[in-house]
Design a binder for this molecule. Structure first.
Ligand SMILES: [Zn+2]
Length: 279
């Protein structure tokens, strides 16, 4: 049996959270801080064991990444369009760059200085080979970047607050940071994105803002939003084990109703996007 440890709230150090038990999230060890409402997994594997989960996670789903490429480029393009309202980045570092799609979108927008950080070796090599990007295995100690991006990353981190404080060092006074993460105020997120083996934190607008503030950032944009997903990929990335749900999705695909259901998924605003600068 791998050992588990109890983790205090990263925002207030309290070790007395309330267990979350609802019909939607049964038996998942999720808890909510009584002081600030932060939702997180307080009993979790050791850091070393957790890291191994990601390193082992070889590119088993290359087919998944290929199939999501088009939707991802639309979603990342939208993030970059919003970023452009606040600044014109000439250098970008994408932390958790996965297979390199975000950096590819930056390259399409003529941004020349592109860097990625990716813990998973297979993903790193895939994006080097496919796009020729410079992908590092850990956050660099030196260097300043106009834009730092974290898409679907902070919910995986052991302590997002401490990581964000480290990330500050990569930024200058005009740099921007873009963060996207599932929105725990959305019922769709509660249904499909509770993944205790990967997702250690579950942010709402309120707790994301507080985390940014504590790390020394000022959110200049913070909205619930929705990314484009094909219904099929939505099923693949979700955690719902419920058979009825899976049959329903298959029926939607079989009956070709996804033109109707995709906009409905988007309406649920199941994601958060924050753009912030140094305080
Ligand atoms: Zn707390």
């Amino acid at each position: 049996m791998p050992s588990t440890r109890n983790v205090a709230c990263m925002l207030c150090n309290s070790t007395n959270p309330r267990k979350i038990k609802t019909l939607l999230i049964p038996k998942q060890n999720l808890c909510k801080c009584r002081n600030d409402g932060l939702v997180y997994l307080n009993q979790r594997l050791g850091e070393k064991e957790q890291k191994e989960v990601y390193e082992k996670d070889i590119l088993k789903n290359e087919a998944y990444y290929r199939s999501t490429f088009n939707k991802d480029t639309e979603n990342f393009g939208r993030i970059l369009d919003i970023v452009r309202k606040f600044g014109k980045p000439e250098s970008v570092i994408d932390i958790g760059s996965s297979t390199g799609t975000f950096l590819w979108c930056c390259a399409q927008r003529n941004i020349k200085k592109l860097f990625g950080v990716e813990i998973n070796k297979a993903s790193r090599e895939y994006s080097k080979k496919r796009f020729g990007f410079r992908i590092l295995s850990s956050i660099p100690k030196k260097g300043k970047f106009d834009l730092v991006n974290l898409s679907d990353v902070i919910e995986h981190l052991q302590n997002p607050l401490e990581s964000l404080k480290d990330i500050r060092k990569l930024m200058h006074k005009n740099s921007l940071i873009a963060i996207s993460t599932p929105n725990f105020d959305s019922i769709i997120t509660k249904l499909t994105q509770v993944k205790p083996e990967e997702h250690l934190y579950y942010f709402t607008k309120k707790t994301l803002r507080k985390t940014l503030q504590k790390a020394g950032f000022e959110a200049i944009y913070l909205k619930s939003t929705s990314r484009n997903h094909s219904v099929e990929n939505f099923l693949l990335s979700s955690t719902v084990k419920n058979r009825m749900f899976r049959y329903a999705v298959k029926a939607i695909l079989f009956l070709r109703l996804d033109d109707i259901t995709e906009p409905l998924i988007r309406k649920t605003k199941k994601d958060l996007l924050a753009i912030a600068k140094l305080e």
